[in-house]
Design a protein. Structure first.
Length: 174
């Protein structure tokens, strides 16, 4: 056997482990948070009802990782938030009980996502999608999404206004 034969196996093993070490994802910084600000517009109509709103985050594999906000009046209306319901709502009753709150009036609304998943664990750095679904009885339906990159760099995004929402401002801060 040659000396190369003895070196080849350990060197090969090291070369295999380097990509694995780089592939291990790091959590987002402890101080990271996503500030969300949006407006529910005043809509003049005789049949006005407050909007049902679901806000959630999905990972790069389109798996829901956190329902951030859920505003509904009664449980029977959860299914009206069709996209959120199909992805997350129908599978986890405890989640619904934990995040559901009353509908909100027209006006400016702000909240913060702390970077934790539904299990209370800090998410990994990487690509995610921010979703908002807004439905109003006797009104419209808007389904909005924005790709976001969570990591070591702060960012801001503005999602254009729709018939059921004003502009949505996303500020990722460290």
């Amino acid at each position: 056997m040659t000396m190369f034969h003895y070196i080849k196996k350990p060197l090969f093993a090291v070369l295999l482990l380097v990509p694995l070490a780089n592939a291990i994802a790091q959590p987002i910084p402890e101080t990271a948070q996503l500030e969300v600000s949006f407006q529910l517009p005043v809509i003049e109509t005789t049949m006005y009802a407050r909007s049902y709103v679901a806000v959630w985050i999905e990972d790069a594999n389109r798996k829901p990782i956190r329902t951030v906000q859920l505003w509904v009046g009664k449980d029977e209306w959860l299914k009206d938030l069709r996209s959120w319901w199909r992805k997350a709502g129908r599978y986890d009753r405890e989640l619904i009980d934990a995040v559901t709150s009353a509908t909100r009036p027209a006006g400016e609304h702000k909240f913060i996502w702390d970077g934790l998943n539904d299990k209370g664990q800090r998410v990994e750095q990487g690509s995610y999608t921010f979703y908002v679904e807004v439905v109003r009885e006797h009104g419209g339906r808007n389904y909005l999404r924005q790709k976001i990159e969570l990591g070591e760099n702060a960012f801001s995004h503005v999602i254009a206004p729709t018939e059921e929402t004003g502009a949505i401002q996303l500020n990722y801060k460290l």
